[in-house]
Design a protein. Structure first.
Length: 94
C-alpha cells in the first residue's frame, strides 16, 4: 500500500453497510411516513410507487415475490431520502 493511503484519516472512507443499519432504515420508514418534516411529494412517490407495483400485472402472477423484493429495496431508499428532512434533534415521527 502506498504511504499516502495509509496516512488518510478513516473518516474519508465510506461507512460500512451493516445489517443493523439496514434494520434501522426498515424500522424508521413508518415513522418517517407520518413525520410532518418529510415533504408530501416524497411520501406520495414512495407509497404510489409501491402501490402501483403491487397492483400492476407482472411476469409472476399470484406470486408476490418480486413485489416484496421491490418494496424491500424501496424502503431503505425512502428512509435515506426522508432522513435528510428530519431535524437533527427530532426523533422520527414527531
Amino acid at each position: 500500500m502506498s504511504a499516502n493511503r495509509l496516512n488518510q484519516p478513516s473518516s474519508s472512507r465510506p461507512p460500512k453497510r451493516t445489517w443493523g443499519r439496514l434494520w434501522f432504515l426498515f424500522r424508521s420508514a413508518p415513522a418517517l411516513l407520518g413525520s410532518r418534516y418529510v415533504p408530501f411529494k416524497l411520501k406520495f412517490f414512495f407509497v404510489g410507487a409501491v402501490f402501483l407495483y403491487w397492483v400492476m400485472p407482472d411476469l409472476m402472477p399470484f406470486m408476490p415475490i418480486d413485489d416484496i423484493v421491490f418494496t424491500m429495496v424501496l424502503i431503505p431508499w425512502f428512509s435515506k431520502q426522508a432522513k435528510k428532512y428530519e431535524p437533527p434533534n427530532a426523533s422520527p415521527g414527531r
